[in-house]
Design a protein around this ligand. Structure first.
Ligand SMILES: *[C@@H]1O[C@H](CO)[C@@H](O)[C@H](O)[C@H]1NC(C)=O
Ligand SMILES: *[C@@H]1O[C@H](CO)[C@@H](O)[C@H](O)[C@H]1NC(C)=O
Ligand SMILES: *[C@@H]1O[C@H](CO)[C@@H](O)[C@H](O)[C@H]1NC(C)=O
Ligand SMILES: *[C@@H]1O[C@H](CO)[C@@H](O)[C@H](O)[C@H]1NC(C)=O
Ligand SMILES: *[C@@H]1O[C@H](CO)[C@@H](O)[C@H](O)[C@H]1NC(C)=O
Length: 275
């Protein structure tokens, strides 16, 4: 009887315990990549005029929460609201991305997780070469992430969704794996966090034909603490490139599940199928 109670207690307590241990610090989550990370859910393109507009629909999973902050472009913390990347990917029309549903799902799992500090850095239509050390987007990412930590945060993860622009020719697709791995290694080194957890999304779409080649590089990345979740099959906007709002809600939840699982298992992948 006693062991039953103990087991029931442990089964209930364990997921909470593994999430809670840094409550006093802001939990920094970097968001980087291209348009599907910036968010285009609900963005409609009037094909007659070429004018794009966001429908303004913010589902419950993306609602603001006093425990979810966002580092704005001017490096101040504000309560996070959709569209998260409006002042970062400012030349484009932004909509719903995976960041808010991710943060709300983590807090839904454990309301005592602490404050989530989102650091949006994604930029539409960018290729992996533009994210290499020395390039503008890379340096901006490092600067924003460092600022987030200096203001009282601790790095918890980077969510990375990029590669659609590297599907246009075979040579870029074939170079993707090496460029991606160099980016991850340089970033971890510059952020002085050699085990920064990275959750990357395998492509659901691409602007060119070599999608499978890039996906293979993503799915086969074998670097410690880099987890890959798969967006293939999630619904796309009529442009065939951008995840719809429901797809982004699903992706945010998948990323949150992977993040929580990783925290509770110290980053180890399950070695055998769960079922
Ligand atoms: C909108 O649609 C037009 C026509 O299909 C296309 O040329 C344009 O690139 C699209 N714009 C965006 C931002 O997707
Ligand atoms: C910085 O950006 C935030 C969010 O866009 C805005 O509310 C705030 O007024 C800005 N602060 C300054 C000093 O420009
Ligand atoms: C926006 O467009 C301007 C003008 O083309 C360019 O200088 C700037 O780098 C662009 N910024 C982003 C974030 O795309
Ligand atoms: C990446 O995009 C930039 C900017 O559009 C372009 O100048 C460059 O040629 C591209 N690089 C590769 C390897 O595709
Ligand atoms: C997590 O795993 C790493 C090696 O992968 C190990 O060095 C570290 O001590 C572990 N941390 C905990 C809290 O078990």
């Amino acid at each position: 009887m006693l062991s039953f109670i103990l087991l029931a207690f442990l089964a209930h307590a364990s997921p909470i315990k593994c999430l809670n241990h840094l409550q006093h610090k802001m939990n920094i989550i970097i968001l980087a990549g291209q348009s599907n990370m910036a968010g285009r859910g609900g963005v409609l393109n009037d094909t007659a005029t070429g004018v794009t507009t966001w429908d303004g629909v913010v589902p419950p999973e993306c609602q603001p929460n006093p425990s979810i902050l966002r580092l704005s472009a001017n490096l101040t913390w504000v309560e996070a609201r959709e569209p998260l990347h409006a002042d970062i990917d400012y030349n484009k029309t932004n909509g719903i991305g995976p960041g808010m549903p991710f943060a709300n799902a983590v807090l839904g799992k454990d309301p005592k997780f602490g404050v989530v500090g989102l650091v949006p850095c994604a930029n539409g239509a960018t290729n992996i070469s533009q994210w290499q050390k020395g390039e503008f987007l890379y340096e901006q990412l490092v600067k924003r992430a460092q600022m987030a930590v200096e203001s009282g945060g601790v790095y918890r993860a980077m969510l990375w969704y990029q590669g659609e622009s590297d599907t246009e020719n075979k040579q870029d697709a074939d170079s993707y794996k090496a460029r991606l791995e160099r980016f991850f290694a340089d970033l971890r080194s510059d952020l002085r966090t050699p085990m920064l957890p990275i959750f990357q999304v395998a492509l659901a779409s691409g602007s060119g034909p070599f999608i499978e080649e890039v996906r293979e590089a993503q799915l086969k990345t074998s670097i410690p603490k880099v987890e890959c979740v798969d967006a293939k099959g999630l619904p796309l906007e009529p442009d065939g490139l951008h995840l719809t709002t429901p797809a982004q809600l699903r992706l945010g939840q998948i990323l949150a599940d992977s993040f929580i699982h990783s925290l509770c298992n110290n980053g180890s992948r399950p070695t055998s199928p769960l079922h």
